[in-house]
Write a protein that binds this ligand. Structure first.
Ligand SMILES: Nc1ncnc2c1ncn2[C@@H]1O[C@H](COP(=O)(O)OP(=O)(O)O)[C@@H](O)[C@H]1O
Ligand SMILES: [Mg+2]
Length: 288
């Protein structure tokens, strides 16, 4: 089932000025309920703009955005509801904490939704657990906790609105591999427990290959490729033609294939590449 869709979506910054820039150009893409979709592309390819079109923070210059089959701009007065439904976590959200305490920061979204205090309190506790922070952090100032903790608190603030679709712009930026794994595992648990949909922006092919079900590749303001992870990584050559690196595991298989070994170059995780290579040893002969 499709939960969100962009149809011929365009967004132009500084329209009718010398600085005019089509950041999103005729984009058609569907996001499926319960799935994790990765949006990949170079810096400047339009990923962040696309994410802001999805929750109505930016209004499409032309084309449409649908959330649950509703054109989000059909009734502009109701756009606030869309921002609760589609929760957007900006890149480096830790710089956007502003309140005296973490509790107040996380309460901000649910308060804005007009929920009563009891419900707000429950949601604060629930979301702090989703991101794996201890409850005693709630009464601390955002200035007294670590950068990693701040990032998680900021994500909790969006989760507290219980968005049906959670969009995160580079949630793993600047984290080490174990920090990345932890945040991705927690996001997946949020998705599974709440039956929601995740959209993750990243420029790391490796991370997205491991974590996503579907991938949208952006290049120069347009969708260059989209499909399941398998489908997208089976186009390694095209990805490389627009300067995107494919996962290292895939690169190794492509080298082997070029050397004449019969391997499936669509494998993209370390485990699947290892099993492809093991097959060569089992098979013995050099293939086609
Ligand atoms: N506020 C803005 N004003 C003008 N141009 C912008 C603005 N934000 C982004 N752009 C331009 O739009 C294009 C797409 O940017 P962005 O959506 O941020 O891409 P990405 O997230 O993939 O790096 C880039 O060329 C960028 O310079
Ligand atoms: Mg960006």
């Amino acid at each position: 089932m499709t939960v969100a869709e962009l149809k011929n979506a365009c967004y132009t910054y500084s329209k009718d000025t010398p600085f005019e820039k089509a950041a999103v150009n005729d984009v058609n893409v569907k996001f499926e309920q319960g799935k994790i979709t990765g949006i990949i592309g170079h810096t400047g390819s339009g990923k962040s703009t696309l994410s802001q079109l999805l929750n109505g923070l930016l209004k499409v210059s032309s084309g449409e955005v649908y959330v649950n089959d509703r054109n989000i701009w059909a009734e502009p007065k109701k756009i606030k509801e869309i921002r609760f439904k589609v929760g957007l976590v900006f890149q480096y959200p830790e710089y956007q904490l502003f309140d005296e305490t973490i509790r107040k920061d996380i309460s901000f979204g649910p308060k804005n939704m007009g929920l009563d205090q009891k419900e707000i309190d429950e949601r604060v506790i629930e979301s702090i657990r989703f991101v794996g922070l201890p409850e005693d952090i709630l009464d601390m100032s955002p200035f007294d906790i670590s950068g990693g903790q701040k990032r998680r608190a900021a994500i909790a603030g969006i989760m507290a609105m219980r968005p049906e679709i959670l969009v995160l712009d580079e949630p793993a930026a600047g984290l080490d591999p174990s920090g990345k794994k932890e945040i991705f595992d927690r996001l997946r648990k949020y998705k599974d427990d709440t039956d929601s949909t995740l959209i993750i922006i990243s420029h790391s092919m490796e991370d997205m290959a491991e974590f996503c079900d579907n991938i949208v590749v952006m290049s120069d303001s347009r969708v260059f490729l989209s499909g399941t992870v398998d489908e997208v990584f089976s186009h390694s050559k095209e990805l490389m033609s627009v300067g995107l690196t494919v996962p290292q595991a895939t690169q190794i298989l492509m080298e082997l294939k070029a050397m004449g070994y019969d391997v499936n170059t669509a494998a993209y995780t370390v485990d699947s590449a290892v099993s492809e290579i093991m097959k060569l040893f089992e098979g013995g002969d050099k293939g086609a």
